[in-house]
Ligand binder design. Structure first.
Ligand code: SAH
Ligand code: SF4
Length: 376
C-alpha cells in the first residue's frame, strides 16, 4: 500500500485523454499542425494512446521527432494519480485515485477464473441516498468527466501491465461494470463518451457485450443507454413493493417500479442472448421473504432477464444486516424455478472495503487532512 498527497501534479497544455477523434484533431490544429494533416495525425495518436497506452510522446515512433517534441511542449496525456493501492486476500485490487482538482474516487479490479472485471466509478460520491449504500453517505459529489472515467480504465491497465491492447479473448480486463461510485445515468454524456472510446475498434476495442451499466432506475435515460451505447443493462431493483423500494432506493418516489419495468420492457437490444440483469441486495427481514421472491418473478415476467442476488455488504454504521444463507437459498430457488438464472454474487474484496456498496472515497475527509496545519 502506498500513500501520497492528493491531487495530480499540474501538467502543461491540454489533456488529450478522453477526447473524440475530432477533438484530438482540433487540439493538434491549435498547436500548429496543418489542418490537412490533423485527422491523419489524430488517428496515429489514437493508436498510441489507446492501443499502446503511451503517456509520453517520445515513444510515438510513427510521428516525426520535431513534431513529437512540439506536442510534448504544448499538450499532455493525463492519468488520475494513484493515492493508494490495496490488494485483497482474494486477489481483488482497489485503487484510490485523485483527479486534477484533488477529488477522489475508487476503482476496483476483480479477477476471476475466466474473466477480469473492472468496476468503474461515474461520480465522486452519489446524489442518491440509497439506505444500504456506503457511497450514498458521502457528502461531496461531482460528476466525473470522460477523461476521469476512462482514466480509471487506463490506470488499471497500466497497473496490470496490460498494454498494448491484447487481441483475442485473453484479456486481464475483459469486462467493465459501471457499478462503482455514482449513478451513471445522472452523468450519461461523460459515461457515454468514455465508453465509446473503450469500445472503439482501433484502440481498446472492448465489446459492448462485455460492458454493463448499472442504474438505480433513472427511467428517462434508459432508452438512450440502449440506443446510443447498446451496453448491457443492470437495474438495481432491490424491492418488489413501492413502499419498500421508496425507503431503500429513494429515487423510486420519482420513478416507481411499474415505470422502471416498463422502461426495461422497451430496452433496445434486450433479448434472450442479451438479458437485463436485476440486482437485488439481500437485506434480512426487509426484502428477503418467499413472498417477495414470488412477486419478483411476477413483476419481471416477459422480460429477458436474470436476477443477481447480492449479499448485503456491511459498512460502519449501516442500518441493515445481510439475509441468512437459508433465506438467500430459498429466494434464489423460487426465482430459479420460474426460469430465471439467479446467481448469488460472491462478495469480493470485503477485507479492503471493495465490495458492492462499500466504496466511499472520503474526499471531504482527505481534503480536511490536507488543509489541516501540520502537527508541530
Ligand atoms: N448507482 C448505480 C451503480 C453503483 S452501485 C446503482 O445503484 O445501480 C452497484 C450495485 O451495488 C447496485 O446494485 C447497488 O444497489 C449495490 N449496492 C449498494 N450498496 C450495497 C451494499 N452495501 N451491499 C451490497 N450491494 C450494494
Ligand atoms: Fe448511488 Fe447506486 Fe449507491 Fe444508490 S446504490 S446511493 S444510486 S451508488
Amino acid at each position: 500500500m502506498t500513500e501520497a498527497p492528493a491531487g495530480a501534479a499540474p501538467a502543461a497544455g491540454a489533456d488529450l485523454t478522453g477526447l473524440t477523434r475530432d477533438e484530438l484533431a482540433a487540439e493538434l490544429v491549435a498547436v500548429g499542425v496543418p489542418s490537412a494533416e490533423a485527422r491523419m495525425r489524430a488517428g496515429q495518436l489514437w493508436h498510441w494512446l489507446y492501443f499502446h497506452g503511451l503517456t509520453d510522446f517520445a515513444g510515438m515512433s510513427t510521428i516525426a521527432k520535431p513534431l513529437r517534441q512540439q506536442l510534448a511542449e504544448r499538450l499532455h496525456i493525463g492519468r488520475p494519480r494513484i493515492l493508494r493501492r490495496q490488494l485483497s486476500a482474494d486477489g481483488t485490487r482497489k485503487w484510490l485515485l485523485a483527479f486534477a482538482d484533488g477529488n477522489l474516487a475508487e476503482t476496483v479490479y476483480i479477477p476471476e477464473e475466466d474473466r477480469g472485471t473492472l468496476c468503474v466509478s461515474s461520480q465522486v460520491g452519489c446524489t442518491l441516498t440509497c439506505k444500504f449504500c456506503h457511497t450514498g453517505t458521502q457528502k461531496l459529489v461531482r460528476n466525473l468527466i470522460a477523461a476521469e472515467i476512462l482514466g480509471q480504465f487506463l490506470v488499471a491497465r497500466d497497473e496490470l501491465g496490460e498494454w498494448p491492447t491484447p487481441t483475442g479473448e485473453r484479456r486481464l480486463i475483459s469486462n467493465i461494470v459501471m457499478m462503482g461510485m455514482g449513478e451513471p445515468l445522472y452523468n450519461f454524456e461523460a459515461v457515454a463518451k468514455a465508453l465509446r472510446i473503450v469500445m472503439d475498434e482501433r484502440g481498446i476495442a472492448l465489446s459492448r457485450r462485455r460492458i454493463t451499466l448499472s442504474t438505480s432506475g433513472v427511467v428517462p435515460m434508459i432508452e438512450r443507454c440502449g440506443s446510443e451505447l447498446g451496453v448491457q443493462l443492470a437495474i438495481s431493483l432491490h424491492a418488489v413493493r413501492d413502499e419498500v423500494r421508496d425507503e431503500l432506493v429513494p429515487l423510486n418516489r420519482k420513478y416507481p417500479i411499474a415505470e422502471l419495468l416498463a422502461a426495461c420492457r422497451r430496452y433496445p437490444r434486450a433479448s434472450n442472448a442479451r438479458r437485463i440483469t436485476f440486482e437485488y441486495v439481500m437485506l434480512q427481514g426487509v426484502n428477503d421473504s418467499e413472498a417477495d421472491a414470488r412477486e419478483l418473478v411476477r413483476l419481471i415476467r416477459g422480460i429477458p432477464a436474470k436476477v443477481n442476488l447480492i449479499p448485503f455488504n456491511p459498512w460502519p454504521g449501516a442500518p441493515y444486516r445481510c439475509s441468512g444463507p437459508t433465506a438467500i437459498e430459498r429466494f434464489a430457488a423460487i426465482v430459479n424455478r420460474a426460469g430465471y438464472s439467479s446467481p448469488v454474487r460472491t462478495p469480493r474484496g470485503r477485507d479492503i472495503m471493495a465490495a458492492c456498496g462499500q466504496l466511499k472515497s472520503d474526499s471531504e475527509r482527505q481534503r480536511r487532512r490536507q488543509t489541516a496545519p501540520a502537527p508541530a
